[in-house]
Design a protein around this ligand. Structure first.
Ligand SMILES: Cc1cc2nc3c(=O)[nH]c(=O)nc-3n(C[C@H](O)[C@H](O)[C@H](O)COP(=O)(O)OP(=O)(O)OC[C@H]3O[C@@H](n4cnc5c(N)ncnc54)[C@H](O)[C@@H]3O)c2cc1C
Length: 282
């Protein structure tokens, strides 16, 4: 490439690419928030007109609670986004860890809410021409581009566990007033295999939800009167996550899963094609 085409110094490319991706992740989180809000609006409009027996659908207590929870998810995503943007204003650049956690939370919860709203509209939600089906399909891509959820969670988990980067995550927790949340996560993860994929994803979720809880508790990122209820939702998500903590002795379980997959693939004639690099689906 001619020297005159080079925009910066040698080796500056990675820095430029990662800065652009971190800003992009905040942008994707904002898209997730917008799609999540629109999905709730469309579903709430439908539920307030559709009758289930004598009541309007929105008066059914189950559906009322579901909408309540969706609105709380919106509140948490909005506060995380505000916290990410505030750091951009204060430091001139996104905080890489907070931007990743915000992108993961927004895209995952947008997907969840879009799915719940499709269900609420029944066949009218599934119909390709309907607004919700489009939101549902587009929401799906937010979990993949600008870093798939699993890649970002693994990265966050690795940063939390690695001695070289642990202080960066500790500083971030401290900056949102939750130093003890960081210490508790480290304590909880001690003794687990730091290179295990499942452990890294779990540690990434602990970081993401831990930061969300801190952001909600800080009180300065959400002026809403449902902020306390939203913080409670994050606490119960953390409690649910902990019921799925990776086991310390998971080798036998992993071997069993691997044997089960092998048996399944052998039965459908796929095992050999998987071990061969040019294998094709039968
Ligand atoms: C709508 C859309 C728009 C896009 N726009 C652009 C664009 O403008 N520019 C651009 O460069 N790219 C773009 N992409 C590509 C996108 O960035 C990639 O699809 C994405 O980074 C995933 O890479 P991949 O498709 O190669 O999947 P792979 O790298 O093969 O990953 C596949 C899956 O593996 C899993 N995985 C990945 N890492 C881990 C891990 N560490 N632990 C566990 N599981 C893991 C995840 O589930 C992931 O989805 C776009 C994609 C979509 C869907």
């Amino acid at each position: 490439m001619p020297r005159s085409y080079v925009l910066s110094r040698d080796q500056d490319g990675w820095g430029a690419a990662s800065s652009s991706m971190n800003r992009g992740r905040i942008g994707v989180a904002a898209m997730g928030l917008g799609a999540l809000e629109r999905a709730i609006q469309v579903a709430a409009f439908y539920a307030s007109h559709r009758r289930l027996g004598k009541l309007r659908m929105i008066e059914n207590s189950y559906i009322e609670q579901l909408f309540g929870q969706m609105v709380l998810r919106r509140e948490v995503v909005k506060a995380m986004l505000a916290a990410s943007c505030q750091l951009v204003s204060a430091q001139g650049a996104p905080n890489v860890h907070l931007a990743s956690a915000t992108k993961v939370l927004s895209s995952e919860w947008c997907g969840l809410v879009a799915d719940q709203c499709v269900q609420l509209l029944g066949g009218r939600g599934y119909d390709e021409g309907a607004p919700l089906a489009k939101i549902y399909r587009d929401a799906r891509s937010l979990r993949i581009f600008e870093g798939p959820t699993e890649a970002l969670l693994s990265h966050l988990g690795r940063c939390l566990l690695s001695k070289a980067t642990r202080d960066e995550i500790a500083d971030l927790f401290r900056s949102v007033g939750a130093a003890s949340g960081h210490a508790a996560a480290i304590e909880e993860l001690s003794g687990l295999n730091e290179t295990d994929g499942a452990v890294l994803i779990y540690a990434g979720w602990l970081t993401t939800l831990g930061l969300s809880k801190a952001v909600m508790s800080a009180g300065c990122f959400s002026a809403s009167d449902c902020a306390a209820a939203a913080a409670h939702l994050v606490s119960s998500e953390l409690a649910t996550l902990r019921t799925r903590a990776p086991a310390r002795q998971s080798v036998e379980v992993r071997n069993l899963a691997s044997r089960t997959l092998t048996t399944f693939l052998e039965r459908c004639g796929l095992f050999d094609s998987l071990t061969c690099p040019h294998g094709r689906l039968p």
